[in-house]
Structures are given as structure tokens and as C-alpha cells.
Design a protein around this ligand. Sequence first.
Ligand code: NAI
Ligand code: MG
Length: 499
Amino acid sequence: MDASVAQKSLFLETYGHFIGGAWVGGESGKTIPVINPATGETLSHIQAGNASDVDRAVRAAHAAFKTWSRTHPRQRQLILQEMASRLRRRLAEFAMMETVDNGKPITDSQMFDIPATAEVYDYFGALPLHIHGETTDFPDSILLVHREPLGVCAAIVPWNIPLYCTALKVAPALAAGNTVVLKPAESTGLAILEFFRECADILPPGVVNIVTGYGPEVGEPLVRHPLVRKVSFTGSKPTARKIMTYASENIIPQTMELGGKSATIVCADADLDAAAEGVVMSTIFNKGEVCISGSRTFVHESVMDQFLQKLSDQIGNVRQGDPCDPRTQLGPQASKIQFDKVAAYLELGVQEGASVLAGGKKAHIAGLEQGFFIQPTIFSDVRNEMRIAREEIFGPVTCILGWREDEEVLEAANASDYGLGGGIWTSHLTRAHRFAREMQTGTVWINRYYNFVPGQPLGGYKQSGFGRENCAETLMHYTQAKAVIVNLTEGPLGLYQNG
Ligand code: NAI
Ligand code: MG
């Protein structure tokens, strides 16, 4: 697909909020331009929502809940399955939307974003008939435990993997019989809006509502709204802290999927070619704008020189450029803000005394001078105390650290505020399992990074958040238990009768 043609025909000029099954203007009348980060061009405009728009959306979701929560599970199953197939049917278009909106290479969108999103709707589409309670028999009573939906769920999603992060929240919420008010990130909501235009005829009005706009103007009143019964959030730690404060007002449960500084451990007996490929992939995939990217790599000292050679050879072959070109492997950062943030860390790494093995600068791409490109960057000679090894950079940047003893590397890997992902490269079976068990993190990939499989719990230890998405446990977070106890004996107990 020719990129310039694609961009014009993919989007409307302006999008409304999606409330109660209709596309409506915002109360303020203000809009926000949405920019293509590769070219700096405006792709479309979204509504700059406010508390009054949020109130309308929450009321629509609340009204829809009464009927939706009582639908036959089979109906919810059919709808979720249809959502998956509509994504697949227009895979090329949705992939291009994510690419021009966010800057991710088109092959990433085609191979990951869209198929993985469809898989999430499929996965939760299979579950409505499996949401059931349990019974326990006692001599003179029966305990019935029902699992009931919560009500209106707020979903606040980030800009790095928009459709996928949305599915991780919307699919389980709907499967369990909840209704949703969704707030996409202000910089990248277009594919989400287009996807719900596509699905508007199969979703009963009010079951999913979308209010676009800035975090403080839309996200805050949404989480504080007295009719909202749960919030799930993916994004940064500072924003998570605020959302937890808002959620404390009406005492609502939260799912938090936050950042990471995930450790990859390369052992001396690893397949070093495969490990180097894995480290390059986890550095550049989605421009490094992935919460679970392996951004600290611990390499055994005995293979350090050999490994760095392989790494610098492979990273030197990464094709950076126009994200719409199928040959491109590394696109621009999603926004100017992110570009500036990553660029500042490139300078900081040098100031902190790290060596630059590869990259280290902003990249200039001929014909895309306005794009937010960063060279794929490897810092070597990094120490765990440096800020570049402790803070989430969220760009195509990896830190290399050395290690000698097993205990030493496990301690260093775990010496992080975060615990989201992790990788182990070794041919030693018992060491692989021992390390995996010791790593304080939500996901460990052995001998292949980013090996996502359906139903894999996604979520973090420590400050990477709490609650798990993408798995059966997720349904527990979108339902609550009700105990009904049936007495099997006849008549009163006789406690207060005369005589
Ligand atoms: P952010 O956490 O501020 O944005 C995520 C979402 O939260 C967006 O929809 C945003 O509009 C919303 N939001 C912002 N302020 C809010 C508030 N007061 N109340 C309710 N909602 C609010 O993340 P940001 O500032 O865009 O990115 C900063 C850094 O966060 C990144 O550089 C990266 O390190 C990290 N991040 C991590 C993500 C992950 O996947 N865990 C995703 C996005 C960002
Ligand atoms: Mg922000």
C-alpha cells in the first residue's frame, strides 16, 4: 500500500467520542491533532474530552450494564469472536493505521499488533461459558458461589501498542458481562476509533464507550466517577500513582500494568548467535517502546568480547527508516516527547561513564527529516547503579553488564524497582530453571525473547504493577464472588420461643 494514499484514505478528518452507540462531539468543541511521527504530518483530529463527556459515557455504560450483564454467555462469545475476525479481515488496513499513527514498522503491526490483538479477543471469546461459580455441600446447607460482573469498568491505555492494550482490557471485561468506558492515549487513538467504528453494529449501544482526550481532563474524572466499579491501566508509574489515589475515593479495584527494566541473562554456554539476535530484537522491536523489553543484558565475562562482536554486527544490519516500508525494522519514536526523553538518556549514558558500542545519537533519515528517529543503541560497560540501568528509557537502547557468578547475576538482575519481563540464554537445563525461579519478575523467556503465547499471564512484580492480564485469572479481576447459602432444614431453630 502506498503510504501517502493510505494515510489519507484510512482516517476520517475528525472523530467524535463513541457514547451510547453513537459518534458525538465533545462538550468543549475543542479537538486535538493526531500526528504521524515519521513525517510530522497531521493525520486526523480527535475530541479533547472533559468531565461532562466522561459523565455522559459512564451513564451510557451504566444503563447498558443492566441488559448486557444478563445476556446469554453464548452471545458475548459470538461478539468477541466476531471482533477477532473483523480485525483479521482488515488486517492490512488496521496494521497500516497503527503504523502511521504510532511509527511502528509495518511488519511489526502485521506480524504482532493485529494478530496478537485478534488472539486476545479469541482467547476471551472462548471463556464466557467457562465463567461459573461453585457449590459446596454441608449436612444442612448448600453454599453457592456465583461470579458476577462488576459494572462499568474504566480502561486507560497507552500509546505504544494501542489496539493490543485495549483488547487486554475490553475483551475480559465484556466476556465477564461488564460494560466499558475506554480512554485511548491522546497521541495514538486512531486505530482504536476505527476498530470500534468497524464493530459498532455488533456491540449493543453503551457496552463499549470511548472518550478521547488528555489524561487529567478525561482519565481523572473517569476514575473518580461514582458509577465506575473498576479501573485497569497500562502506562507510567507516576500516572499509576495518581490513578490509585483517584481509585481510593470510591474504593474501586485496580489492575496496573506499568514499566519495566527487564534483565536478560546470557550464560557462557548459550547459543550466542541466537542470544545476540534476541537482544537486538528486544532492543528495537516497536522502537523499544515496550514495557516488557529486555533493556538490561547481563553477559558472562568469559564470552563478553565474542558476544559484543556478534551484537554489534547484528545491530549494524538493522534497517531503519520509513515505517510503512516492509523492509524497515526500526521506525521513529511515537512522539516528540518520547524522542526528547530517549535522546536525553543517550547523553546521560555517556556522562555516567558507559561506552557506546553502537548508535548513541539521533538518526537522520533521508526524506523523513521531521521524523523522531533514534539510532539503535547499545551501551556497554554499564553498572547497575547508573540511571540508564535503573530507569525505563522506552527507546531502542540496551545496557550491557558483565557477570561471573550465578548468585551475583541473580542479585543484580533482581536489584531493580521493576519486575516485568526477563530472559535467560543457556543450554544448561537446570541452570535455566533455577534462574527462572529466582528471578523476581512476571515473565521469563528461556532461549527466545518475545515468545508470546496465548493465555500467558502478563503483569509485574514490585513496581511493575499488579493483576495479570491475558489469562484465565484476569476474569477474577473483572468479576466478584457472591455467596448464597441455602438452608436445608425445616422450621425455626426455636431459640426465642417461650418455655
Ligand atoms: P502515561 O502513563 O502518562 O500515559 C498512559 C495513559 O494514561 C494515557 O492514556 C494518558 O492520557 C493517561 N493519563 C495521563 N495522565 C493521567 C491522569 N492524571 N489520570 C488518568 N489518566 C492519565 O505515560 P506517558 O506520559 O505517555 O509516557 C511516559 C513514560 O511512561 C514512557 O516513556 C514509558 O517509560 C512509560 N510508559 C509505559 C507503558 C507501558 O507499557 N507500561 C506505556 C506508556 C508509557
Ligand atoms: Mg503523560
